[in-house]
Design a protein around this ligand. Structure first.
Ligand code: GLN
Length: 190
């Protein structure tokens, strides 16, 4: 059976992730309940508003199941999703899943970069990235691997099976980063 990839669909731009997954050759399942979570092999947490997402997760009793899911299975968090994956969130401080050793500052680029397309350095080559009220990764712990930077700050980081992007790879062209996440899922299943 094909591995099942879920997209957390409580809030935010989950539909754009489903389209990016389709471009990468995978079908997305929308995840809203614990039963949905039990039926998937990997999860994408989309961008949106991390405080609202946390509240909705708590209201659905999904915080602990999601932490347990991440102990075993890959999660890709983008923007608000990256904030949820980080071990430490600042500006202001808030709870998180703490699945990656990252310190992340919400809205870290300030109001002047509300939304912009920027060129990031993706493994030594330039790539376009969309930033929307993006957080800044202030610290990436020793178990993490930085895959892309913008102005010297990490913007795409992996730690074991997990992947976090402070930008929105679902909004640009070719779904290269979604394909990379799918390749991590395949190696997690080996
Ligand atoms: N600024 C948002 C937050 O703190 C994240 C923005 C996004 O996901 N595009 O949750």
């Amino acid at each position: 059976m094909q591995p099942q990839v879920g997209v957390l669909a409580l809030q935010g731009d989950f539909e754009a992730h489903a389209r990016a997954l389709a471009r990468a050759g995978a079908k997305a399942r929308e995840v809203r309940t614990k039963a949905d979570l039990e039926a998937i092999d990997a999860l994408i947490i989309p961008g949106g508003e991390s405080t609202t997402m946390l509240k909705l997760l708590a209201a659905e009793d999904l915080l602990e199941p999601l932490r347990a899911f991440g102990q075993e299975k890959p999660i890709f968090g983008t923007c608000a999703g990256a904030i949820l994956l980080a071990s430490e969130v600042t500006h202001p401080r808030q709870d998180s899943l703490a699945l990656m050793d990252l310190t992340i500052e919400r809205n870290g680029y300030g109001r002047q970069i509300d939304s912009r397309i920027a060129h990031i350095d993706l493994q030594g080559r330039p790539a376009e990235a969309v930033f929307i009220r993006a957080p800044v990764i202030r610290r990436a712990g020793p178990q993490t691997n930085v895959l892309a930077t913008y102005n010297g700050d990490p913007v795409l980081v992996e730690q074991g099976r997990h992947l976090a992007a402070t930008f929105h790879p679902e909004l640009t062209g070719d779904a290269e980063i979604h394909r990379y996440f799918l390749s991590k899922l395949e190696s997690a299943l080996d």
